[in-house]
Design a binder for this molecule. Sequence first.
Ligand code: NIG
Ligand code: FE
Length: 416
Amino acid sequence: MAAPEPGPSLVLHGLTAAASPAGAGAPLRGSDLGRVDVQAPAAIAIVEGRIAAVGPPDDVLRVHAGLERVDCRGAVAIPGLVDCHTHPAFGGDRAAEFDLRAQGADYERIHASGGGIRSTVEATRRLGATGLADATARHLGWMAANGTTTAEGKSGYGLDHDTELASLAAVAGPHPIATVPTYLGAHSVPPEFGSADEYLDHAIAEVLPQAAERAEHADVFLERGAFSAEQADRYLRAAMGLGLVARLHGDQFTESGAIPLAIELGARSVDHLEATGPAGVAALAASDVAGVVLPVAALYLRRTQPPARALVDEGAVVALATDFNPGSAFCDSLPVVMTLACTVLGMTPGEALSACTVNAAWVLGRADRIGRLAPGYDADIVLLDAPDWRHVAYHLAGRDIAAVYARGRRVAGAQR
Ligand code: NIG
Ligand code: FE
C-alpha cells in the first residue's frame, strides 16, 4: 500500500477555547470519563496533518511562525468525533417500515417475516459494487458534516461473498475521513440458506478468509431471531483466528449471553445493551470489554434505554455511537447522540465528549492517534461557532458545527 500523502501544515488561531478529554490514557472509566481540559484562549499548530501544539495563542504562533494561519474568529475547538459503530454500506431505504412502526408495528416481527434487514439486503445486492461505493461515500459524507472524522463501518447487508467484500471495500475507501471496516457476516440469515448454521458454515469457509484481509473487526448480531451464543462463539473464534477483533451486537432485546461470551473471548465491545440488567453491568465493569451504547436505536424502536449511567458509575468502559443504519437508527449525527446521552441516558456533556472521542477511539484500537487535541494526535478537529464547547451537546443536532478538519484537511463547513 502506498504511504499516505503528508497532510497540510497550518495554525488555527483566534480560538476562544480548545476543549479535550483530560489526561493521556485510554480508555477512561468512572469519574475520569467526565473530565475535560479547556485551554482558553487557544491556538493549534498542525504539521503534516498531525497536531504539533495546543496552547496559548502567543506561544503557538511564535514557535510555529512560518506556518499558514487560519483565523477561527472566536470558534471553540473540540476533537474530531469518532463513531465506533455504524452500518453505512447499504442500498435503498426503510421509510415505509418507519411509517409502519410509527403505527405500532413491531421491529422483531417485521424481521421475522422477511422484512427489515432482509429488505435492505435485497436493495444492497441490487446496487452492485459501484453503487454501493457511492452510497457508502454519501453516508460517510453526512457523518463528516456532523463532526465525525473517524467512522467504523460494517458490512452485513450483502451476506453473499461478492456483496460483503464490496461492502468492506466501500467502507475502506479512501474517504476524506478515516474509516475502520468491520465484517458483520453474521447479521442475518440470507434467504438462500435454510438455517443459520448452514449460512455460517458458508460465511466462515467462503467469505471470512478474504473478509479478514479487508476488515479489522468481526461482528455478530447475537439475539433471538438472529444468531445464538453458540453460533456467535463459533463465528467469532474463526474470525479471531484470522486476526480480527471481536465485537458483538448484544442484549438489544434480550439478555442472550453476549456479555459472558465477549468476556470469555476477550472481545473489544458489546454494543446495544438495552436489555442488560445489573449482573451484566457488573460483569462488564469488571472486564476490559467496552459497552457501546446506542441511544438512537432505543429511541427509534421505543425500547428502554441502555443503563449507561450505571455502566459509567460502576467503572465500565463506555463509548457512544450512532448505529447509523436504515432500520433501527437512521441517524448520522454524533452530536444528536451526545444530546440524548445528556438527556435520556443521564450522562454529563464531559462524559458524552469522552465517550465519542477517547473511548470510541479505544474501541477502534486508535486511542494513541485520535480522540484528543494533543501533540502527536491526528489533526482531527471540530470548530463550533459557540461560546462554550458544551454547545455540541446542548444545541440539538450539531447546529454550531462551523468546520471539520480531518488530518489537517477541511472536510466540512465553510472556509474560515
Ligand atoms: O444495530 N441489530 C442489528 N442490526 C442493526 C439494525 C439493522 C437494521 O435494522 O437494518 C442495529 O440496530
Ligand atoms: Fe448496529
